[in-house]
Every structure is written in C-alpha cells, then in structure tokens.
Design a protein around this ligand. Structure first.
Ligand code: ADP
Length: 544
C-alpha cells in the first residue's frame, strides 16, 4: 500500500534557522561576555547576526566548503558563539576541541578530524605552538583576539579574528542545507583509548534544542538570563548557545574566569536567573559564598550534570541561598541531554524531605530519548526503581556511529551508555555507577556514587571518590579517597562512623585515604582510573 503523505512544508531543521528566529524576534536581547582581554563586552542578537554573516563570508573566502571541519580551542565568549552559527550555518562542521586535553591528544584529534582552520583564544597559544608542527591539515590559524592584543606565537603565523572578518560583507544568504548534514563535531574525552568523534547533524541539534527548552528540561523563556559555565567545548555547552537563540534569552558568557568570585560577580552584575555546570564548579561557588558571606539575589536554578550531584550540595544551595540545583544526566553521544529532574504533580503534596529525595535522582527522560535497563544477557529489566543493570538509550539525538569508524556501537538498535542504574515506575532514572567504576565485592555490585554522596555530606569533606581496590577474599572492596576542606582533620574512624545507618554495612569502605587533591579530567570529573592505578593495590599491601 502506498503511504499517504502529510502535506506540510518540507523545511529543513537547520542551525541558521535558530539565528534567523533570534534576529527576527529578539534582536535587542543582549549577549554579554567577560572577554579574555579582561573587559566586559555586550551586544545584541542583531549585532551578533551581522558579525556571524561577516564570518561566514570570511570562511568562504578561505575556501571552506560544506562538510569541512573548522576547529575551535576556545572559552565561552561571543566570538565562539559567532563561530557556532557561522560555521554550521554555511554548511561546514564546527569542531570544538577541549583545551584541557594534553597537546598530543589535541593534535591527534585535529588530524583525525582533518580540521582546515583553527580558531583559538590567546590563552591557548602555548597549545597552538605545541601542536603546529604536527597538524599539517590546518591552513589558517586565527586568534580570537583584537588585532592589537595578539598572543605571541613561536611556531605559526596567525591572524586576529577581528582582522579575519573585518573587510567582509555583513550580507550572506544562508544555504538551504540537508537537515541530516553534519553541523558539529565533538570528541569524547577518551579516558581509555583514543577519543571518539560524535558528529551531530543540523536536525539532531535543532530537535535537541527544542527538547532542552521544554519546561521539564532547562525550562527557559524570554525573561531568563542564562550563564553557561559548562564550556562550549564540552558537548556544545549542553546546547545552551542554541537554546539562547530559540528561546530569546539573554546569554552571559564567563570567558576564562571560572572561579567562584568571578562567577558570583557575573551572577549578580548581570542578574542571571539560570546557570549550568558540573558539580565541581558549584562546589567552588559555594566555597566563595560561604567564605565571603555573600548571597545570590537573582539566581533561581542551576543545572548540574556531568557527574552525580552530591545531595549535600543540593541541600545547602536550597536552604542557604534559595537556589534549586536541578539534576540532569547525559553524555557527548547524546548531544548531551538524556534526563532532567523536575517534580510531577503528585510530588507537590510531599514533605520537603520526600521531595528532596525525588530531586536527587538523575530525572526523567526528555521526549526524544527512550531508556531501558538491561541485564547481562541484554534482557530488559523491570522499571521498578530497584532492578539495576546497564542503561541503554535511543532517539534522534543519540549517536549511531562514531566519526570515521565502521563498526556501530549499537546493540539491537540501542546505544549502551556505559552507565549502570535503575528506573522507577514514574520514569525517574538513578545512576549508581559507570560500568567500569562498579565495585564487585564477592559477586555483588556496590555502587560508588552512593558511597561518595554520603562521604561528601560529612562537614569536613570537600570531595570524595570511591574506587574498587583489589581484595584477597572478596575480589574487590570499596576504598574511599578523600580530599578534606581547609583546616579540617577528622580521623578515618570518624569518616567511617558517618556511614553507620546510612548504608548496608557491607557497603562501608574498607579504608579511607586522605589526599591533597583528587585528579580531575578534562571535563572536571574525578579520574578514577588514575586513582585505581595508584591505590588499587592498597588493601592487598595492607593485608601484606
Ligand atoms: P566523558 O566524560 O567520557 O567525555 P561525557 O562528558 O559525555 O563523557 O560524560 C558522560 C558520562 O558522565 C555519563 O555516561 C555518566 O557516567 C556521567 N554523568 C553525566 N551526568 C551525570 C549525572 N547527572 N549523574 C551521574 N553521572 C553523570
């Protein structure tokens, strides 16, 4: 039987459409940046649109064609925002590189992507010098600087961004692209093995942006002022640069200064209502607020994701500052949004403590993402809030293949996330661990996230990580590694006593080690593989 087709316009979902929407409807809404040069820059979506078209013309003049990869090594700024729209808008591929990676890895990624131009902030001039000789595909190096503030470079001749776009027209006709064409490229941080490229399409990004704006996701509207702390080099800053244009929000970009004080200044100075970042950022902000006795007068909500949000952090922000930390979960392969935590009507009548417990989970799937928990045979497990297994997902903004890799990562059409957790009857997902971090004690699994959350609720603990340490009898046992707050010196026993009654006794860590600092990876997460390398034999040595 032939299909009866709908008779609606066949307009592709493309990134340039988001920009056109912002220019038509929010032309005087501001975009504010703390520049790398140090000053505050402000302009409007209308101004941005003009410069974006100049940039598109400049890229064409450089010979950039549809599908060509154009790389950035850059902070969250208005210039990076312009690159987001100009590169994808003209049909090329915006490749955002994480500057916190080792230069060797940056060079590997540039070569793998075959980037033709690299736009970089002055801060990253040393990386450019380190990689230049190893990156033959790059034809142009453009410093995201004023012409008179160019960084010193030893190995390349670079042009300033302002010179690069200056003489080009601000008129440009955005091409009508296939919505399935590639628009952006982001590599996973590759804790083991080489990084893998995730190639987003215009369609996947636009659909994801719709999803991200939903009331039960970021829930922004045109009265909001949004400060993305999450970097634009990390999964498109969780799509907030696109969300800004779709919803017409004022965007505030923090540049290179991500310390508690600098963020606080922008929160208050720009009257920010919503922000987003990893838990380590909010720990820093909290420390600044507490040490300086400051309050937050406009901030309502902060999205927290990237790793599990410690309940103690959520509680303190709510009770002492009136700010709701909203838990979200996702990954590079998912553009990144998978779940977001908001209550349902049936939760409204609950006590504060009960509602807090609901808020702790990673949240419910955003429409566009379907989730299931499977056992080790790949069988779907019940959605009962306790059956724990591997989390698989699918949806139009979930990866189906990595860039330049032939084999598909999918299993029966689903993407295995590498996370372990359970889902309850209301759809709330709880991540208990990453597959590779799970502690297997005597054939049973112990989730490290629960243990870390309890440890971090101890008043003396700044950060904690729980790893699997080899054990003679049980194969693996939990070992807790703790970074204390300044001036604190509790004993091991005091930390372990804190677990009593909060967790099954056999989940209690076998030992506690105190360290000056936990190793953080390129996306601000604790590198447990490093901790395992260093302390994995601790209990064996102890047993002697
Ligand atoms: P990588 O750090 O490997 O580059 P991503 O930045 O894409 O990868 O991170 C994805 C992973 O981060 C998820 O698979 C999950 O393990 C972890 N993660 C993200 N958000 C949360 C959260 N809210 N709670 C717990 N873990 C999370």
């Amino acid at each position: 039987m032939s299909t009866l087709y709908g008779q609606m316009m066949d307009m592709p979902l493309v990134i340039s459409g988001l920009l056109r929407h912002a220019e038509n409807n929010h032309s005087d809404t501001e975009i504010v940046t703390r520049r790398i040069e140090g000053d505050i820059h402000r302009y409007t979506y209308a101004d941005a649109g003009q410069r974006i078209r100049k940039l598109a013309n400049a890229l064409e003049a450089s010979g950039i064609k549809q599908g060509d990869r154009t790389a950035t090594l850059a902070w969250n700024t208005y210039r990076h925002f312009e690159l987001y729209y100009a590169v994808s808008g003209m049909g090329a591929v915006l490749h955002t590189i994480n500057p916190r990676l080792h230069p060797e890895q940056v060079a590997w990624i540039v070569n793998h992507a075959e980037d033709r131009i690299l736009f970089f902030d002055a801060t990253f001039a040393p990386i450019v010098d380190a990689i230049a000789e190893h990156c033959p595909t790059i034809e142009h190096w453009v410093a995201l600087s004023d012409a008179d503030k160019m960084p010193e470079l030893k190995k390349v001749k670079a042009i300033s961004y302002e010179d690069y776009i200056r003489d080009h027209a601000d008129q440009y006709e955005w091409p009508t692209l296939d919505e399935n064409a590639a628009a952006a490229l982001c590599y996973t941080s590759g804790t083991t093995g080489n990084p893998k490229g995730v190639l987003y399409s215009h369609r996947s990004l636009v659909l994801h942006t719709y999803g991200a704006c939903l009331p039960d996701a970021f829930g922004v509207d045109a009265t909001d002022i949004v400060l993305p702390v999450v970097p634009m080099f990390h999964v498109n800053a969780w799509s907030l640069p696109y969300v800004g244009a779709l919803a017409g929000v004022k965007l505030v970009f923090p540049g290179a200064k991500l310390d508690g004080e600098s963020l606080y200044e922008l929160f208050e100075g720009e009257k920010v209502t919503i922000s987003a970042g990893v838990p380590t950022v909010w720990l820093l902000v909290l420390q600044f607020l507490q040490q300086n006795n400051k309050k937050l007068s406009t901030l309502k909500r902060m999205t927290v994701g990237g790793s599990a949000c410690p309940p103690a952090l959520m509680k303190t922000f709510k009770q002492d500052y009136g700010v709701q930390l909203e838990h979200a979960w996702g990954m590079t392969e998912m553009s990144p949004l998978g779940t977001y935590n908001h209550p349902k009507a049936k939760h409204l009548g609950l006590s504060e403590e009960e509602r807090f417990n609901v808020a702790l989970s990673q949240g419910r799937a955003v429409f566009g993402v379907e989730m299931k928990i499977v056992d080790d045979k790949g069988q779907r497990m019940p959605q009962d809030g306790k059956s724990t297994g591997d989390l698989h997902v699918r949806g139009p903004w979930v990866v189906k293949q990595y860039f330049k890799k032939d084999e598909s990562p999918l299993v029966d059409g689903w993407f295995p996330t590498g996370d372990v957790g359970h889902i309850d009857a209301d759809g709330y997902l709880t991540i208990t661990d990453r597959t590779k971090d799970v502690i297997k004690s005597g054939g049973e699994w112990i989730g490290s996230i629960d243990i870390e959350n309890i440890a971090m609720a101890h008043p003396a603990v700044a950060m904690a990580a729980c790893i699997a340490a080899k054990h003679e009898k049980w194969d693996e046992r939990p070992l807790l590694i703790v970074q204390l707050k300044e001036g604190q010196s509790p004993s091991k026993e005091e930390i372990l006593a804190h677990f009593e009654g909060k967790i099954a006794k056999w989940w209690t860590p076998d030992d506690v080690l105190f360290v000056d600092g936990l190793p953080l990876g390129a996306t601000g997460k604790v590198q447990k593989n490093k901790l395992r390398d260093e302390y994995g034999d601790h209990l064996m040595k102890q047993a002697g």
